[in-house]
Design a protein around this ligand. Sequence first.
Ligand code: FEO
Length: 170
Amino acid sequence: MLPKKVEEALVSQIVKEGYSSNLYLAMASWAEGQGLEGISTWLYVQSEEERTHMLKLIHYTNERGGTASIPAFEKPPVEYAGVKPMFEQVLKHEEFISASINEIVAVCIAEKDFTTQNWVQWFVNEQIQEEKSARAILDKLKILGENNLYLFDRDIMSLRAAEAANEAGA
Ligand code: FEO
């Protein structure tokens, strides 16, 4: 049985991962509307990934005897000031998610729930990748400059493919 405080931390993370999925979906839709096909594809894929994170938390919470209640999600912004500010927002959001995952680890330790502490390590590692990936995009944007969005839009999916290859080889 999950300690109550661990259950609360997991349910709160379900809200955050679900919101992340919707936030990236909103960004994807905005980018698609701007004709930025590569960027929107990257964001649609990212949105799906966040949904799988949410599902992982839902299944685990229920399997351990908790109740994974499903919240209403806050509406994400519709408009974005540009590609660079949007990806700065992605990085900031991922840093916020990393802090939240660390908080779950802290709750698990305080509650002596070492099973969940062990399980949540997957998210700890995932956050290293998520932040790295957002930073790599911002670095690339810096190199190309915002005026060269055509090249960036063409190349962004290759960044994801390179990451996947690195992870597979790691
Ligand atoms: Fe599931 Fe990007 O945090």
